[in-house]
Design a protein around this ligand. Sequence first.
Ligand code: CNA
Length: 255
Amino acid sequence: MDETQALNNDFEARLDRLVTILTQSQRLAFLTGAGISTSSGIPDFRSSTGIYRTTSAELFSIDFIQTRPAEFYAQFKDFYDLISSARPNRGHLAIAELERLGKRVDVVTQNIDALHTQAGSTRVAEIHGTLRTASCMVCARQYPREYFHDAMLRGEAPLCECGNFLKPDVTFFGEPLPEREFAKARRAMWEAQALLIVGTSLQVYPAAGLPRDCDAGAPYIVINYTPTSLDYQASIVFHEAIDEVLPRAVDLLKA
Ligand code: CNA
């Protein structure tokens, strides 16, 4: 067994190394995906218990909601219900705590559940948009959540005052990403002294390409159950649970 293999087999040694990187880095960036929210009760897409086991990826395409809005909302109901009642878990809270400990922490998330903000993180780029608002698919008028929340919980398609259907302001497959949020995300990558890639299979672009914007000297840390395409470039890889790794690392940092 070589030195790298030995390190990867030893959880405590990897944790110590993570704490060293966190100690040495003032500017941290996190790139998070659905995996950070699974222990809040929201399934991810691609795990063995993920949404794709029961729902086709087609549901999340712009064509689907534009052509079959009633069917979209009927199927989206259960997912919306779970997201609406979810609370941040120890993973989200550990990231927010790093900020309170004086680090500058940019969170770039593919998630639409707003749990990083609820946990207290203040520098969040939501690159796949948000469920806080929805906009008319014809006149583009935007509405706050209170306007459409009840209809969406019932699985009914919410309507604009002009009579056309609303679409949640999340990025559907086939749509461009929100420009301002993506620009924030790229800046976070450029400025990071270390990048933590957390709970994402890195299969959705352009999000999965963001780590390439990091400074060549900035270490990557991957925390994800299943291997990702960036594991081989990472300084440390954890295939353990996020809410086991991050709270332990933050506790050690404070000790
Ligand atoms: P994904 O492709 O489903 O990957 C999630 C990854 O997380 C998988 O590789 C899992 O192995 C890993 N994982 C799951 N739970 C844990 C855990 N507790 N600890 C460690 N690893 C874990 O999801 P991505 O985020 O990569 O895909 C991007 C899509 C998913 C984005 O467009 C999201 O909007 C979309 N999504 C978001 C949510 C949400 O907002 N919570 C939920 C489901 C899907």
